[in-house]
Design a protein around this ligand. Structure first.
Ligand code: ADP
Length: 475
């Protein structure tokens, strides 16, 4: 079933609520008017009963009362009168009732209270009757004073018709006003929708106008604006990442191609071919490493997490990494040594962790001139295993230091010959963060750099993991 727009739903709800209120109001008004009219009629009847009591009190005999009553009450514009004795004989009746020979309804002589009833009188119609008894020299008399109800009901019915006619008009007017108000209230929403629809990937710099920041529409527009800003930032990061990645991939591919073309251009000696193939293998290794790094980052961005529950012995892993890098250190003339005597176990992914330490130690070797030293030390605090990688190299300037964890950032692009794409430290940071650890770099330009990696020890980490699991189960 098609759903009505909010504008029409608001209009309908407004119309229905107003119609119910108007009907209730009209009903109450009619009941109130009816009650008021009867109260006024009853007060008038009571007044007339008082008058007639006075005449009864003054009368010496039935005849003198009848004579006095005939002169005063026979012809009355609004009321009819009937007085009868205790035996039910009519003593006096006004002009319209003089054909009656007994009281209109059962009289109850003796009660001086006035009782009111509605009675239909033949040929005359519906009347309101006030009835009471009066004790006098003439004995107990029953007094009945009545007033026709037709004019009262005619007034009520005209009021009712007027209301029945005006009610639909009122509801129609309410619907029109409701629709107008809903349209006015929702007009800014349409504006927001139009602007939001016009924004796409090519114009993410557009923003929705926020005329009143504190009302609901203003809050909606602000929320959409901040969503668009986040999208803009994410898209620009993806663009930058794609551009940097393609640039980095293009360099080894161009080198591969140039080397292969050079080798094919003219016949060469077997040594020259071997040399060319060595370059090709180096570039292929560089390309392979770069694609591994890119794959790792895109997996991390896609939220694919590592297996972090395997125990990893850092005191065994660090000497392995150092052993792998000893040949490089030797070629570069750098003294590389490792101090990892204490047992230190963490929970995590041993392959990823060794890649992190490999990158950091390799950086230390790469950026330390020949004759320098690189030390890898393992220590522990109460909860953490801490690895320091300290070199006596060129150091990092204070301007570059805050940016070295950014993707593709190289402190000095002229050192591209070192082979890195500027991804090593950003990957190290994501892997360490996934292990609930911290990586920190301090450096003194010209004096050296110290990279500190802190990882929670497995005993503490198991406790915190089981505490987290218990908390998750409890909630
Ligand atoms: P790369 O692969 O280029 O080495 P990294 O992300 O590992 O990229 O490092 C980023 C930048 O940080 C490097 O280009 C280098 O300029 C600087 N850097 C990292 N480690 C050191 C270090 N030990 N000494 C001096 N500079 C360093």
């Amino acid at each position: 079933m098609m759903r009505l727009s909010i504008r029409w739903r608001l209009t309908l709800w407004y119309g229905i609520a107003l119609a119910i209120m108007l009907c209730g109001f009209c009903l109450l008004l009619l009941l109130f008017m009816r009650q008021q009219m009867f109260a006024r009629t009853d007060a008038g009847l009571q007044e007339e009963i008082k008058e007639i009591r006075v005449e009864i009190g003054l009368a010496e005999s039935t005849t003198s009362f009848r004579t006095a009553a005939e002169s005063r009450f026979t012809q009355h514009a609004f009321y009819e009168f009937l007085v009868s004795d205790a035996a039910g004989r009519v003593i006096f009746a006004s002009s319209k009732l003089n054909s009656l020979d007994k009281p209109i309804s059962d009289s109850s002589p003796g009660s001086t209270q006035t009782a009111f009833t509605n009675v239909h009188i033949d040929h005359l119609g519906l009347y309101r009757i006030a009835q009471t008894s009066a004790e006098s020299r003439l004995g107990v008399l029953n007094i009945q004073v009545m007033s026709p109800l037709a004019p009262l009901y005619a007034d009520l019915s005209s009021l009712q018709w007027a209301m029945t006619g005006l009610l639909p008009l009122g509801i129609l007017l309410a619907l029109a006003v409701g629709h107008f108000l809903a349209e006015r209230a929702l007009a800014p929403v349409q504006k927001v929708v139009d602007v939001a629809n016009s924004i796409n990937i090519t114009c993410l710099d557009r923003r929705i106008e926020v005329p009143h920041a504190h009302d609901e529409i203003g809050q909606l527009a602000s929320a959409l604006n901040s969503l668009i800003a986040r999208l803009e930032q994410a898209v620009s990061e993806i663009r930058r990442f794609t551009a940097d990645a393609s640039h980095e991939i293009r360099t080894p591919i161009a080198a591969l191609r140039a080397e292969a073309e050079m080798a094919l251009r003219s016949p060469r000696s077997p040594e020259e071919y071997a040399q060319a193939l060595e370059v090709v293998v180096d570039e292929a290794i560089r390309l392979g490493r770069l694609t591994d790094q890119l794959l790792h980052l895109s997996r991390h961005d896609a939220g694919i997490t590592l297996n972090l529950h395997e125990p990893v012995q850092l005191d065994a892993l660090l000497p392995d990494v150092v052993d792998q890098l000893q040949p490089l250190a030797k070629i570069r003339g750098i003294a590389l040594h490792c101090e990892s005597d204490l047992p230190a176990e963490v929970l995590g992914d041993d392959i990823r962790l060794s890649q992190v330490f490999f990158n950091v130690v390799e950086n230390a070797i790469k950026y330390t001139p020949a004759g320098g030293s690189v030390a890898v030390r393992l220590r522990e605090t109460g909860k953490e295993a801490v690895v320091d990688v300290e070199d006596s190299g060129i150091g990092i300037s204070p301007q570059d230091l805050p940016r070295i964890f950014e993707r593709f950032y190289r402190a000095d692009p002229s050192r591209q010959s070192e082979g890195g794409a500027g991804l090593g430290l950003s990957i190290a940071k994501t892997v360490v963060a996934e292990h609930r650890g911290l990586i920190d770099v301090s450096s003194q330009p010209g004096a050296g750099t110290k990279v500190t990696i802190r990882l929670p020890k497995s005993s503490y980490d198991k406790l915190s993991i089981s505490a987290q699991t218990e908390l998750a189960q409890a909630t």
